[in-house]
Design a protein around this ligand. Sequence first.
Ligand code: BG6
Length: 493
Amino acid sequence: APEPATLVIFGATGDLARRKLLPAVFGLWQDGLLGSAFNIVGVGRQEMTDAQFKDYAIEALKTSKETDAPHPGSLEKFRELLYYEFGDFGADDVYEKVKTQLDEAEEAHGGRKNALFYLSTPPSLFEPISNGLGRLGLQDQSEGWRRIIIEKPFGTDLASARHLNATIHTVWDEAQVYRIDHYLGKETVQNLMAIRFGNAIFEPLWNRAYVDHIQITNAEDLGLEGRAGYYEEAGVVRDMLQNHLMQVVALTAMEPPAAFDADAIRDEKVKALRAIKRIPIERVSEVAVRGQYGPGTLDGEHVPGYREEPNVQPGSVTPTYVAVKYEIDNWRWQGVPFYVRSGKRLPKKVTEIAVVFKRPPLGLFPGGLERNVLAFRIQPDEGVSLKFSSKTPGQENQLREVVMDFRYDAFGAQLESPYSRLLLDAMVGDATLFPREDEVDQAWQIVSGILEAWDATSPNAVPAPEFPNYDAGTWGPDAADKLLGPDRRWRRL
Ligand code: BG6
């Protein structure tokens, strides 16, 4: 269990805190995982009393789908752990109040002033808050550990991410910084490492001698969900590709680490990311496809196109779909493309990594030249499946593809929310599942060419194709199919 500590949530009345963080903290606390001495200070710009914040938080827990069923009386006890402070994040006053809270918690916490600061705010506030905490010396670890969690998006391009890293490092050591990517908190994303490096049968095949290509798909049926203010600026490349999907690529491509610890693992991920061939702006149109959804039908219902969503510019060229072919210049992956796609308003929600093997060298049987596929289903229906060919019963030596399936529900346990896992890791000081500064930097480098070509405001922007170019409820623009060439196709999911 972690040592006694205070969790300070900046942006405590925001959407993320309400929907994900508070339920995750409550679940951990109720299960006894946060230790006996623990409290939460919500911080916001909005004026509120402690009592009002307590009401707000309990209401959030009651309405979030992610909240575990409360044990009798536990909501009332949790309520007592909550405090609230407000103020202008650019001035000192609010940090002084936070400091007083930590001083007051000291006695109950056995003389320690451990604190985890969670920046669950719009990204424009990351720097002012980090600086404000620094002005009051709240990063100082002489009276207890101090750590800071920073939400995504971490910068909006390479230059701003570097600036943010540099600013944060004027106050914090890298070892105190936890950049959160909730995909790394997903059980099945972690299982990718466990399966690769905990078994003898997969790793020998995991290379250019046997693998034809890798396909990573992240499909969402959801549309904009009222987030135009953020998404119009971000688009799918910043929202998904630079962070969640690059992390998945790194875990798929990396070499076995020397040890299962934060630095050994992150060293290998960075090495893999470094080997990904950069896409210069003039090659973007050959290896990347963008899309934006138009109106369409999903689950039998008509849904509006992206440009019809509230607060989206009528002529917006923000991409909601990306498909890209990456090449990795190292011994393991030379000549094995990684195809990555992500989109909103696709027919369903599914995230998977598929390792597609080479065809058998000789077609002895009719129908027997299919490629075997090992697929990691990240969500939903979490599991791993292996597709191979089998003889169909009867006189003829006819082959057909069959599937061997492992489903997570075989464990009978419910998968914990990624936020619970990551929060607890940060409380105990385990940074393994948090991207390090150099990883974030590499990931921005990898998407830079695409951003430069596609951002309407970029001086080198390439005119967008006719948008919208896919209907909501379909699998994205046709051009994405051509990206794979004549002999490969996207998996039907
Ligand atoms: C978030 C993105 O980081 O991840 C969202 O901002 C996206 O646009 C979400 O919908 C997807 O997460 P998950 O866990 O539902 O796959």
